[in-house]
Write a protein that binds this ligand. Structure first.
Ligand SMILES: NC(=O)c1ccc[n+]([C@@H]2O[C@H](COP(=O)([O-])OP(=O)(O)OC[C@H]3O[C@@H](n4cnc5c(N)ncnc54)[C@H](OP(=O)(O)O)[C@@H]3O)[C@@H](O)[C@H]2O)c1
Length: 292
């Protein structure tokens, strides 16, 4: 029997590129097609066919998907306008004869959610289910690597202001997300929704303790309200949009216990246990200390 042709959309991004590499590393015997807006930027990938695929161009996308059986739709970074593009991707898949979709969503996208982009994920999930195609939805918890954006500042100041309270986040590395996505592409879709998580859900204090230990510097966690968090970020010059939609919204979402589930999905899809927060921070110690 011929192996299904796997199409990785968004292959020019960090996650997509890694999914393609992992499929190759696992020795997948069927065809692998990498779709990206900019094939020149993606460059040559051994054993992989590269095609131009832009979710804002439905006709071009349907042509790019010709012959593909399973299609990984990686949510785009165009927050605010991406639902229409994701819906284009689902429709193009159907018209091109794709039989199974894999989609990268977020945990608990159902309303009410503090996360302003949750409806984009929920809307995409609903369109995928309504398409009649086979599907695997991967609700990926926040990347552990996101912490490398905020922890260096907290370590430098010695303080981490948070309104997350005792809420926990089951951070997962981008590498483990790529493994889960590659694993999902390698098996027939069972119309399942997985939550993709790291091995544990940690409070802000627990993460601060790990970061302090690895960096060799103290961090005091300071509990504040959402309003105090917003005021502090504003005083530090953070743009209003980032404060409202990311800093405060993410802490509130954590406090509301929307990202604390821990699952064995990475291991069941890929066969290896996911990395811990400490593993990822230790591997990125220089970035943590702000010394690239
Ligand atoms: N869980 C988390 O904490 C977290 C954090 C950040 C982002 N994310 C989400 O996860 C996705 C993958 O993460 P990443 O680290 O790989 O992000 P990234 O490197 O910034 O990649 C952005 C992705 O968006 C795609 N894209 C943008 N516009 C597109 C369009 N018009 N048509 C098709 N694809 C388009 C890019 O594809 P090409 O460049 O190949 O066209 C690329 O795959 C992000 O796009 C975002 O939705 C999750």
């Amino acid at each position: 029997m011929t192996e299904p042709t796997l199409f990785v959309g968004g292959a020019g991004g960090k996650l997509g590129r890694r999914v393609v590499e992992l499929l190759r590393e696992r020795g997948y015997a069927g065809r692998i097609v990498a779709g990206t807006r900019d094939p020149d930027k993606l460059g040559k990938l051994d054993g992989v066919e590269v095609r131009r695929a832009d979710y804002t161009d439905p006709a071009g996308l349907a042509a790019a998907l010709a012959g593909a059986d399973r299609f990984l739709i990686i949510s785009t970074d165009q927050i605010g306008t991406r639902l229409a593009n994701h819906l284009n991707a689902v429709a193009a898949a159907k018209s091109a004869g794709v039989t199974e979709l894999v989609y990268t969503s977020m945990p608990a996208p159902e309303a009410p959610s503090a996360i302003s982009f949750a409806p984009e994920h929920l809307g995409t999930e609903e369109a995928i289910k309504a398409s009649g195609l086979g599907y695997t939805i991967l609700r990926m918890t926040w990347y552990t690597e996101n912490l490398l954006g905020s922890l260096p500042g907290a370590l430098a100041r010695g303080q981490w202001y948070t309104s997350a309270g005792e809420g926990r986040v089951s951070y997962v590395s981008r590498e483990d997300c790529a493994r889960a996505a590659a694993g999902a592409l390698l098996r027939p879709a069972a119309n399942r929704t997985y939550t993709i998580t790291g091995p544990a859900a940690l409070t802000t204090r627990e993460i601060a303790a790990e970061a302090s230990r690895i960096a060799g510097r103290p961090i005091a966690v300071v509990d504040v309200t959402d309003d105090q968090l917003a005021a502090g970020a504003k005083a530090a010059g953070v743009p209003d949009f980032v404060i409202e939609h990311f800093i405060v919204a993410f802490d509130r979402n954590t406090r509301e216990r929307k990202v604390e589930a821990v699952t064995d999905a990475v291991e069941s899809l890929w066969g290896e246990k996911p990395m811990s927060v400490a593993d990822v921070l230790a591997a990125n110690r220089a970035a943590l200390l702000g010394t690239p």
